[in-house]
Design a binder for this molecule. Sequence first.
Ligand code: ZN
Length: 406
Amino acid sequence: MRRVRVAFASLCLALAVPVAPAVAATAGGSPHELAADGSALDLRSVALGQVDRELVLTVRARSRIDPAELAAGDGRLCASLAGDGGSSRLCVERRAGAWALSSGSRTVEGQVTQPAAGTLVIRVLPSALGLRPAALRWSVTVTPASCSPASAAQTGGVAPGSAGGAPVPSQAPCGSRAPRGEGTYAGRVWRAQVTGCTRDGAGQVRRGARRKEVALTYDDGPSPYTRPLLATLDRLGVPATFFMIGQQVPSRAPLLRRMLASGHELANHSWNHANLGGGGPGASSQLQRTSAAIRRATGFTPCLFRPPYGSTGADLISRANAQGMTSVIWSADPLDWRTPGTDSIVARVLSQTGPGGIILGHDGGGSRTQSLAAAPRIIAGLRARGYRFVTVSRLLGYDERIALRR
Ligand code: ZN
C-alpha cells in the first residue's frame, strides 16, 4: 500500500511540473497568389517569411512537383534575394535522390521538405546566404527539366505575364516566375533576438543527458576577465554559460549584449553572492533583482540559477523554480578559485568530465588568469575525446525563446 501511495505521489509531482510550450516567433510569410501561366511547373503561390532564426520559403505549384523535374543540371528552382544586408541566389535541386541547396557554386546548409505533392518548403539561415537583417527584395523562378534548353533560352526561363483567369497560352511557356513579369516582392530578414529559454520543470540539475555534449560554465562575473575569456571562446567557437552577480551587471550592459549575440547564455548567480542556502524571502529578492538587471541590460530573462557556494536547499530551489529558473550545480569542479595552477585546473576538469558534464569555472571574484589560461586546453582536450560544447540550456534540452525585431 505504501509503495502504491509513493508511486501516486511521484505521478502527481510529474503531472504538476509546468512545461512551457515552445512557441516559434514568426514574421512575414503571407502567400502571394499567382495567376495560371500554363507552364509545366506552374507556380500557384509563393511565400517568404522567418521562423525564429530561419528564412522559410514556401512554394506551391498547381500540380505535383515531380522531384525529377528539378534534377541537378536539367532543372532547378531558384530564389533571388537582394537587400541592404547583401544579396544571394538560392537554388534547390535534386541530387542523388536528395534535395540540395546551393548558392552559385557553393553548397548551402538548410532543409528542403515536400509536405504535400505540390509544395516545397525551404528553410535556411540568412547567415548561410550572407544576408544580414535588413529589408529584402525577392523573386522565384522555376525551370523544370522537361523544358528544352532552346525553349528555356527563348523565354529566359521565365513565363510571359498572363492576366488572372486568362486562357492558358496555346504555346505553354517553359519556366514559371513569381511575381509574373519582372518585379520582386518586398520582404525582410529579421533580427532574431534571444529573449529567454523554455525550460522543463526540473528543480535542480548536476548534469545533462548522457550524450557527447558538455557545458562550460563561468561564475562570479561579469568582471575585467570576462572580455578576454570571450575572445578565447569566440575564437574557438565555443558557447559558454555565465552565472552572473546581479550588482556587477548594470555597468557592463554592452558586454552582455555582445555575449548573447555570440551565442553564450546568461544566467543568475544572485545579486551580491550571499549564501542563500536557507532560502526565505530575501533569497527571492536576490534572484529577482539579478534577473531584472540582466533583462534590462539585454532583453534576455534567465531560466537558470546557480546558488552561490553551491549552498542550496528545498526552499531556495522552489523559490528559483517559482521565478522560472532551474538550479544548476556542476559535475566537474577544478577548484580554480583557489588558483591551484593551470595544469591542475585542466587535469581536474579532464578527469571529472563525462557525457552531459557541467564544468564549473570562474571569470570573476579574484585573479582568474589561470582559469583563462586553462580554457583553450580544456576545450582542446574534450574535443579530442569527441565532445561538443553547448550552453546549459541546450544541454538540458531547453528551447530558446526568440523575438524577431527590425
Ligand atoms: Zn560564485
